[in-house]
Design a protein around this ligand. Structure first.
Ligand code: FES
Length: 79
């Protein structure tokens, strides 16, 4: 059974979704960590603890990483 808690704030029309219920980690916290250089599930496991209890959040964490990668331009270096 998966429990997703959504906290809707009507004034700003922004919402927060708990991705990892076991560690009470939201999507915003994960996106912030990704933007600050935590670029793998292992990094996020170590920094936020996501996926370290039941592991049911791992697909959503992977999806957030994949979305970030899709939005990030690839930089090529040449010698
Ligand atoms: S929901 Fe993330 S470890 Fe259980």
């Amino acid at each position: 059974m998966r429990i997703v808690i959504i906290n809707i704030t009507s004034n700003s029309r922004r919402f927060t979704m708990y991705v990892c219920v076991c560690k009470a980690v939201t999507d915003k916290q994960i996106k912030s960590a990704i933007n600050n250089g935590y670029c793998s599930r292992k990094d996020l496991n170590e920094c936020l603890g996501v996926g370290t209890v039941c592991g049911k959040c791992s697909p959503q964490v992977k999806q957030l990483l994949d979305e970030h990668r899709a939005q990030t331009p690839i930089m090529w270096a040449t010698a």
